[in-house]
Each structure stands twice: as structure tokens, then as C-alpha cells.
Write a protein that binds this ligand. Structure first.
Ligand code: PMP
Length: 395
């Protein structure tokens, strides 16, 4: 009997093998410093234009001190689930502080942002439910829907006509969740939340926003996409992560007490996994506190992003014209994305390559992202290098 070897797929030439052979492999570069506007990457001083450290808090002294103190007081790990032995007073404090900040009744934290999506959607949605998912939503949302056994219906990216068509066809005995990234992680575009919320009302659906890239970025106080549109009461579940603006690791959902209480008792990725480490909780709390006390950081981040956006456009560089700190630059061909990354790294600038299938074929990008403490001097230098590299490649 012929049996296909399970590992057969690991043989043959993959795109990563080819990139390595050509010396343009862009992944897993090692840093010997922490995340900051300038890092040491592969032994070289490099301007970091590829992190989600939007408020620059990973190197903030108060955040680091809070982490060290928690490590000393509570030890290195919680060694168990929130459900049983793994709940610390600081987990609960962080949840209460976040719920207050986000103007929601209650909040629940998970060990990562990815796990938050898995834990929220798989708990809230089941076999008899339908999830309407924007095609450009984050991978964790796709996996979460699969895990939930609900029916996934994808709608064209930010296409409200398509969303409505699909909502019309959902039978009335199905519960409906519309789930969208608040800020799309690759393009940096903001979702069409006002239209989504009004369609949800019209068709009796619930709305969940993944605000991983919205918290600390959008809204006058940095409360995210719902604050930006003044729709905090209309979003049923706000999900977010501590790994971006809040300079730590972990994730959360904010919603009504009832919904949070339910998820807390049925969510398998929540119940059967260890809780966030003490140091990570303390760093997230301190970062949140700094954001609450310094909302001008959000304005500063906007200023930095706009400076770069205008600068790139003035140089004739083709970008996705977002309104956030994520500014993708077109290089079109996948190979150009890898080559451009390598050339930029040699010039002391790090950016992320985005190739198919993360983008449509022929629309490869350099995803650049900015943080509040980036200086104009750093941005001017990076802009010049990007322009020169694109000119050399003939993009
Ligand atoms: N949602 C979105 C939109 C994201 O961009 C990410 C991280 N890239 C996540 C969820 C997962 O968050 P984490 O890295 O904290 O697991």
C-alpha cells in the first residue's frame, strides 16, 4: 500500500529556500537590543520601521521598573490558568483599569492577542451561528472562526454593499457576529465602523472589533477605533493586545459583564492555558497608566506618521494612503520586497516585507510603521534611503 509521507511537503524548494540561496532572506534577523527607534540588528545600528511599538513604551523606564518590581514580588510565572491557581490581584486590577478606560462594563485578559481572538470567538459563536468576516482580517480571526464551528462568510474588504448582501441571506434562526480589524494590520486602513454598526442594527447582528492596531493610535485619548468614530456603545466586543501600544505581551476583550462572565467560564483557550506572567501584566498596567496620563502621545504619534506620509508622497513614492502609523509602500514584485529589505538593512533601515498571499499577486509591499518617539532626523534619513533603493530597483 502506498502511503504519502507526512513530511513530503517539507521537501523541495520553498520560497524561503530560494530567498536564502539568493542571499535575500528577510526573516528572523537577530536583535541584540530591545525594541526602540534605533536597534542593533545583525550587529548594525538600524532605524526600526517595522515594529508595533506605537507609543515607544518598550524602553520606558517606568514600564521596565514596574516589570522588574512585579518579577521580584510575584516571581517569574503563574504556573497555571486564571481559572484555578493563576489569578493574581494585578490581573484583576489590569482588567478593571482597562474596562474603565475603554468605557465598557468588564474586561478579560488572555495570554496573547492571537489567543484572545481564539478564546473570544470560539466561546461566543457555535454551530448555529454565522460570522461575517472582512477578507483582510487578521489570521487569528480566521483561525478563531474555524475553532468555533460557526459558519464563516467572508465579505469583500470594507465593502459595505457586499456585507449587506451577505447579511440579507443569513437565516433568522442564526446568531450573527460581524468581525473586523479596527485598523487593518497590513494596509493601515481604518475599518468603516459607522456603516458596520448601522448594518448590524438593521440585521440584528453583534459587532466585534479587533483593535490590536487601534489602541493608543486612534481617538483623542487613544481608546481606539470606537472612540475615533464615537461609537463605543455600538461595538459589542472590543478585542485588543498588549503587544503593541502597551509594550508587553497578552490580550483582552472588553464587553458587558454578562458576555465577559460567559466567556470566562466556557472559553477553552482561556481556561486551559496559563495566565499572563506577572512582569507582563505589570508592564501593560504601567503602559496603560502612562497613556491615560499622557494622551498627547497619541497626537505625537500622529504627527510622526503624517510627517512620513507627506514626505514619502512628496518624493513620488507610491504608498497606501492610510491615516495611521502603518504606511505600506508598493514594490509590486515579491522578489523586490525581499531585495529592498536587504538593501535598506545594509543602509541601516529595517522594514517588513509583505508578499503574496498576504497581498494580492503583483502588489507586494514594504510595510513601514512608526512610533511616537521617532525623530524627524531618523525619518528624513530613512526616507532618503527608501527613495534611493526604490530608484535603483526602478519601482
Ligand atoms: N490581531 C491583529 C489585527 C494583529 O495584528 C495581531 C498581531 N499582529 C494580533 C491580533 C495578535 O496579537 P498578538 O501578537 O498579541 O498575539
Amino acid at each position: 500500500r502506498f502511503v504519502m509521507d507526512l513530511f513530503e511537503k517539507t521537501n523541495g524548494e520553498h520560497i524561503y529556500d530560494i530567498a536564502k540561496e539568493k542571499g535575500i532572506y528577510p526573516y528572523f534577523h537577530q536583535l541584540t537590543t530591545g525594541q526602540d527607534t534605533v536597534v542593533n540588528m545583525e550587529g548594525k545600528k538600524t532605524i526600526m520601521l517595522g515594529s508595533n511599538n506605537y507609543l515607544g513604551l518598550t524602553s520606558n523606564e517606568k514600564v521596565i521598573e514596574a516589570g522588574v518590581n512585579a518579577l521580584k514580588k510575584y516571581g517569574s510565572g503563574c504556573s497555571g490558568s486564571r481559572f484555578l491557581n493563576g489569578t493574581l490581584d494585578i490581573h484583576v486590577k489590569l482588567e478593571n483599569e482597562l474596562a474603565n478606560f475603554l468605557h465598557k462594563e468588564a474586561c478579560l485578559t488572555f495570554s496573547t492577542g492571537f489567543q484572545s481572538n481564539l478564546g473570544i470567538i470560539s466561546a461566543i459563536c457555535g454551530r448555529n451561528d454565522v460570522v461575517l468576516c472582512d477578507k483582510e482580517n487578521h489570521a487569528s480571526i480566521y483561525d478563531a472562526i474555524k475553532l468555533s464551528y460557526a459558519k464563516m462568510i467572508r465579505f469583500e474588504h470594507s465593502n459595505m454593499q457586499d456585507l449587506e448582501e451577505k447579511l440579507k441571506n443569513v437565516p433568522s434562526n442564526n446568531g450573527i457576529l460581524i468581525v473586523t480589524d479596527g485598523v487593518f494590520s497590513m494596509s493601515g486602513e481604518i475599518c468603516k465602523l459607522p456603516q458596520i454598526c448601522s448594518l448590524a442594527k438593521k440585521y440584528g447582528a453583534r459587532v466585534m472589533v479587533d483593535d490590536a492596531h487601534g489602541l493608543g493610535v486612534l481617538g483623542k485619548h487613544g481608546r481606539g477605533t470606537a472612540e475615533y468614530f464615537n461609537l463605543e456603545d455600538d461595538v459589542d466586543i472590543i478585542m485588543g493586545t498588549f503587544s503593541k501600544s502597551l509594550a508587553s505581551l497578552g490580550g483582552y476583550m472588553a464587553s458587558t459583564k454578562k458576555v465577559v462572565e460567559y466567556v470566562k467560564h466556557v472559553s477553552r483557550p482561556y481556561i486551559f492555558s496559563a495566565s499572563i506572567t506577572p512582569a507582563s501584566v505589570a508592564c501593560a498596567r504601567e503602559s496603560l497608566n502612562i497613556l491615560i496620563e499622557n494622551p498627547q502621545m497619541v497626537e505625537q504619534l500622529n504627527e510622526v506618521s503624517n510627517y512620513m506620509r507627506i514626505g514619502l508622497k512628496n518624493l513620488g513614492i507610491k504608498i497606501i494612503d492610510s491615516q495611521t502609523p502603518i504606511i505600506p509602500i508598493y514594490v509590486y514584485k515579491d522578489e523586490y520586497a525581499f531585495i529592498a529589505c536587504k538593501m535598506l538593512l545594509e543602509r541601516g533601515v529595517y522594514v517588513n516585507p509583505v508578499i503574496s498571499p498576504a497581498t494580492p499577486v503583483g502588489q507586494a509591499l514594504l510595510r513601514t510603521s512608526y512610533t511616537a518617539p521617532h525623530t524627524h532626523e531618523q525619518l528624513d534619513y530613512a526616507m532618503k534611503q527608501i527613495k534611493e533603493v526604490l530608484d535603483i530597483l526602478g519601482v
